[in-house]
Design a protein around this ligand. Sequence first.
Ligand code: IMP
Ligand code: MG
Length: 173
Amino acid sequence: MPDLIPVLDKKAIARKVTELARKISLDYKDAELVMIGVLKGAFVFMADLIREIDVPSLQIDFVCVESYGCDSQTSGCPRVKKDISTDIRGKDILIVEDIYDSGLTLDYLRNHLESYRPRTIKICALIDKPERRQVDVKVDYVGHKVEKGFLVGYGLDYAEDYRQLPGIYHLVL
Ligand code: IMP
Ligand code: MG
């Protein structure tokens, strides 16, 4: 069995979610905000985050971008598996991602969503993990920085397992 070493517990994640939600609420108080969660990993973070955001206008959608197979190595080639269905033209978009890792997914996704001509696009990532960075992307809201290692829990998977864990762990195979 692989080892799970605790990195962030439920409380530490919740405190950060509250902090991020406060910043986002202030920044988008006059906006037509559409938050776009990146499936599957960001679904838990997205669900917690939106319930603490207080803005007059908020819609949500999801996009599924695949760049990982059933292992921990990036394929280096993201593609849209499921696109958004919301008309985001002229709207203020906040991409909600679990991990900013190599940067390939966020770089690709920003370009993809820009083609729909939103008014603004910003990015929120729960975790910034610089170890495998290949492309620098401007991430406007960052939760926690974790230098390295493979993380699971709180929506994050290894070969589709561990997403249900309330905390975040290093997976040691
Ligand atoms: P990037 O394109 O390399 O930045 O990878 C981003 C995607 O890879 C994220 O959306 C995650 O779903 C996945 N990913 C990257 N690092 C990890 C990790 O440590 N655990 C689980 N998934 C990860
Ligand atoms: Mg992901």
